[in-house]
Ligand binder design. Structure first.
Ligand code: GUN
Length: 283
């Protein structure tokens, strides 16, 4: 069974749009998301375009501020300070990765925690690990929604996450732990990786390498969630971290790239923007 992230994202966005439609009357305005894109990395440009399109669908106001890759760290921090102080801005997202001369940690920490729609701010990360109310990072949140939508039991299961990034691997491991899975975080230095991944009832792959997961790495009947978005070196098309063709008959449930995790990430960003807006309106 293919878990259709595209379809689920459409239903999530439709529900959000229905809620947002009432906001102008209740609060006098709609949520406002500002996305900052530094440079012209094709992957980042495509993500940012997708975010703007989703915002339009949901009725969220969206501005994308494009800055040259040569922008200084100081200038970027000044821009963030300006947006932090702007009462009409509810969400600030700085598309990553940033050029090497800019310290990503400094930039993420500079975003007001109340406007951190990515859930990347150190305070949001701490709240996640302490199980306190927080903005959840979009991709991990979307993955849990995908599993729940397919009514996949998580509690008591062996989950293996390949990848230990701050954006996906570590937070999704934490969310799976909170759902009572037994979680292993595997990565590039893991010995006998196939042996580890073959234990997984739920395998989440976020390593960023084209067709990295092959059929021999998947336990029959496992649930396989592919977070990867890569360019196929043979066809130039988008492809995931999992060899879909080879694994689809072994897995019980599997996601596809594109049309799997990606659209859910964007839908969750819209949900986070609405949550930040409502929290600010309540203050
Ligand atoms: N780059 C890749 N994924 C993400 C994401 O979820 N948020 C931001 N800001 N940048 C990214």
């Amino acid at each position: 069974m293919v878990i259709n992230g595209k379809e689920l994202s459409v239903s999530l966005k439709t529900q959000l749009a229905e809620r947002v439609a009432g906001f102008a009357e209740t609060y006098g305005r709609v949520p406002n998301l500002v996305v900052i894109l530094v440079g012209e990395d094709p992957g980042s440009v495509s993500y940012v375009t997708g975010k703007a399109k989703a915002a339009a669908e949901v009725g969220i106001r969206n501005t994308t501020l494009r800055r040259d890759a040569s922008i200084s760290e100081e200038e970027l921090l000044a821009l963030i300070a300006e947006l932090n102080a702007d009462d009409d801005v509810d969400g600030i997202l700085v598309q990553l990765p940033l050029p090497r001369h800019i310290d990503e940690n400094k930039v993420i920490s500079a975003i007001s925690v109340d406007k951190d729609v990515d859930g990347f701010h150190p305070l949001n990360v701490a709240r996640l690990w302490l199980k306190q109310p927080c903005v959840l990072p979009c991709t991990p949140k979307g993955i849990i929604k995908l599993l729940k939508s397919a009514e996949i039991e998580i509690s008591g299961k062996e989950a293996v996450v390949i990848g230990r990034s701050n954006i996906v691997g570590l937070p999704v491991a934490k969310l799976l732990t909170d759902e009572n899975a037994t979680v292993t975080v595997a990565h590039s230095r893991t010995r006998n990786l196939a042996e580890v991944t073959r234990r997984a009832d739920i395998l989440v792959v976020a390593i960023g390498r084209e067709r990295f997961v092959t059929a021999d790495m998947v336990k029959p009947g496992a649930v396989v969630i592919d977070v990867g978005v890569n360019r196929d070196s043979r066809t130039g098309k988008l492809c995931g971290d999992v060899d879909f063709e080879a694994c689809q008959d072994i897995a019980s449930y599997i996601t596809k790239t594109p049309g799997g995790v990606g659209p859910m990430t964007i839908a969750c960003l819209m949900e986070n923007t609405v949550e930040c807006f409502l929290k600010r309106m309540d203050k």
